[in-house]
Design a binder for this molecule. Structure first.
Ligand SMILES: Nc1ncnc2c1ncn2[C@@H]1O[C@H](COP(=O)(O)OP(=O)(O)OP(=O)(O)O)[C@@H](O)[C@H]1O
Length: 262
């Protein structure tokens, strides 16, 4: 399978008033087409910076980011994004919020077709019947479901998610993981998921990349050798427990702590 995302030797420092702040210091990540790459690392190590580079919102000082065989140097229409805060537009209905990217990416697409596409996705995530509601009339979990539909409505080749489930309670979060798994089975896409939740990284990821503390480099890559149609139960089995332990140890190393210490 070809690599849809290639991050090669990426280094980046922000220019600040007190001098350069090195944030990324040698990132190498490859994501095969159709796979999910979860990225974890200590707080402030540069995970969001990585998403901005993949989305083409900024250029690295050194190294290269390639998407689908093209070097990234500016924002791409073929990228979908979802964040912790869904930022849906209150003056639009849920349906019209989901349609928004199509208005930008496919302006000549008839409204009828846009509506069919948005309704199809809303049904997949369990939001049929809520098309005409305003964002404030939905719960946080429902808003995040709508936001996921909006992120993939234009069939992006790459989906970038920065802590999309971070603000949700545990039960809603696990529901959304399963929604994500089902969406992916019906609408294959290649994804980068930034998360602080190691269980989430193992449930959704095909690989989990652990970044070191800032300036971040690729410290460890875990191959998640579990079936794609995994259920939450899988997280309670020995194989996942071992993976979670490995990731916990790696995070301690990234934080400069002794993995043997409690
Ligand atoms: N535009 C900017 N200018 C200067 N410094 C920045 C800028 N954006 C981020 N930083 C700094 O770069 C570092 C990495 O930020 P980034 O948001 O990428 O980390 P993160 O791993 O996503 O953080 P968290 O885990 O807390 O969400 C932080 O120290 C942050 O303060």
């Amino acid at each position: 399978m070809k690599n849809l995302i290639e991050i090669k030797g990426v280094r980046h420092a922000y220019k600040t008033r007190t001098g350069p702040l090195p944030v990324l210091d040698g990132l190498d990540i490859s994501v095969p087409e159709g796979e999910f790459c979860a990225v974890v690392g200590p707080s402030g190590c540069g995970k969001s910076t990585l998403t901005r580079l993949v989305a083409g919102l900024m250029k690295p000082d050194e190294g290269e980011v390639w998407l689908d065989g093209k070097k990234v140097s500016s924002p791409r229409k073929t990228v979908g994004m979802a964040f912790q805060n869904p930022v849906l537009l209150e003056w639009r209905t849920i349906l019209d919020n989901v349609i928004l990217p199509l208005e930008i990416v496919a302006p000549s697409m008839p409204r009828r077709d846009r509506v069919v596409r948005a309704e199809e996705l809303l049904e997949m995530v369990g939001l049929s019947g809520f098309e005409g509601k305003r964002p404030s009339e939905l719960s946080g979990g429902m808003r995040q479901r709508a936001s996921l539909c909006r992120a993939i409505v234009h069939k992006p080749s790459v989906l970038i998610m920065d802590e999309p489930f971070g603000a949700l309670d545990n039960f809603t979060r696990e529901d959304l993981w399963q929604t994500m798994r089902d969406l992916r089975a019906k609408e294959p896409f290649t994804a980068v998921l930034i998360t602080h939740d190691l269980r989430e990284s193992v449930f959704l990821g095909d690989q989990v990349v652990v970044l070191s503390g800032r300036p971040a480099r690729t410290q460890y890559i875990l191959d998640v050798d579990l079936p794609q149609d995994r259920t939450i139960d899988v997280l309670y089995a020995q194989k996942a427990a071992d993976m979670l332990q490995t990731l916990r140890d790696q995070i301690k190393i990234a934080q400069g702590r002794d993995p043997e210490a409690a």
